[in-house]
Design a protein around this ligand. Sequence first.
Ligand SMILES: Cc1cc2nc3c(=O)[nH]c(=O)nc-3n(C[C@H](O)[C@H](O)[C@H](O)COP(=O)(O)OP(=O)(O)OC[C@H]3O[C@@H](n4cnc5c(N)ncnc54)[C@H](O)[C@@H]3O)c2cc1C
Length: 376
Amino acid sequence: MGDDASAIVVGAGVFGAATALALTRRGWRVTVLERATPGHVGASSGGDSRLLRSSHGGERYYTQLAWDGRSAWRALEADAGREVLVETGIVWFARDERGWEADSAQVCAELGIPVERVDGDRVAELFPSVRIDDLAFGLWEPHAGVLRARVGVQAMVDLAVREGATVRTGVTARAVAGGAVDAGDGPQWADRTIWACGPWLSALFGDRLGLTVTQQDACYFTTSAQWRADRVPAWVDFAGAAYGTGDLDGHGFKCSTDRQGPPFDPDRDDRMPLPAHLDAAREILAHRFPALAGAPLAGTRTCQYTTTADTEFLIAPLDTEEVWVAGGGSGHAFKHGPALGELVADMVDGSRKPDARFALSARTPSGSLRTAGHRG
Ligand SMILES: Cc1cc2nc3c(=O)[nH]c(=O)nc-3n(C[C@H](O)[C@H](O)[C@H](O)COP(=O)(O)OP(=O)(O)OC[C@H]3O[C@@H](n4cnc5c(N)ncnc54)[C@H](O)[C@@H]3O)c2cc1C
């Protein structure tokens, strides 16, 4: 693309904000259209916390992307003057000697990403109270951690504006004839339009995107100061489809099921937690952290996953090379942050070919790239 290339980015979640920042830094004239505000309560990127982990089982691609994402978040923090990543480390509760965590350990080691297999006694040292009798081992990822998601998205948008992008909030865009965008004041064109509308993509472009939007509930529990995020690591039980973090910024100890929930409409459905998700969170808490059995619920956040059939992202041209979709985060996109924006920008500006793994084509259902060993 030429020096005066232009882009319209619709949506200021992690996909849109990161892409807008990357294109702005390449000298593009970028306009971001956001129906609410960056990181708002209904957006998938609007949570208080998201895990950043490199372990992805045997998946080298996402392992490397996440590790690059960590460096990119650190650079962004320096540019923005805000702390986004809290490096708590993550413990993976491995129930099988040769399972997903063993594959993660091998891939991370091959890519030079620090991870350490630890025994149950070492896991027990990391928490005030933790059950270890069902573990084959623990996988310790010291440079993993927790991202302040909303802060991260807002930081990317603020930087894009500082570096020349235009952001319009409170405007709902729709696709109109000829690849144009209408945000209520007539059609607008750009060299590239990127629709990064998270769970709203299906309503905009229909079933052909192959996305499923489901209700997910993050649960937070009231605990003592021993369980703060600066004292305990984040944790994942992949086989048990469970994850959580220490109490970050006073939100409470996070403990949630990562099972895929029922269909969710981000515009019409109440953001009330499902009783089944609350029960699952309480069961996980009592099972894994016995001292926290019966801890009072401090709060919940209802959010949505926008999942592809194979949990790979969707980053592809839509009918013409001028119009793109970027989304299908499948419950694991946030961590890649600014690195994801560079990836999308590479494809949009033509410096990298569209990657078949992200294509708008039939997907073969496969194992989860999320923190859950099963989909249901
Ligand atoms: C409970 C939960 C836990 C998660 N945990 C993790 C984790 O630990 N680690 C991780 O990496 N990922 C995690 N994820 C996944 C991650 O948060 C998502 O993959 C990611 O945030 C998706 O970003 P997005 O930009 O696609 O969508 P969104 O963040 O939803 O952004 C889409 C934006 O588009 C705007 N928009 C929509 N339609 C229009 C329109 N017509 N006009 C203008 N604007 C529009 C919306 O207002 C919104 O701001 C989790 C997700 C959830 C729900």
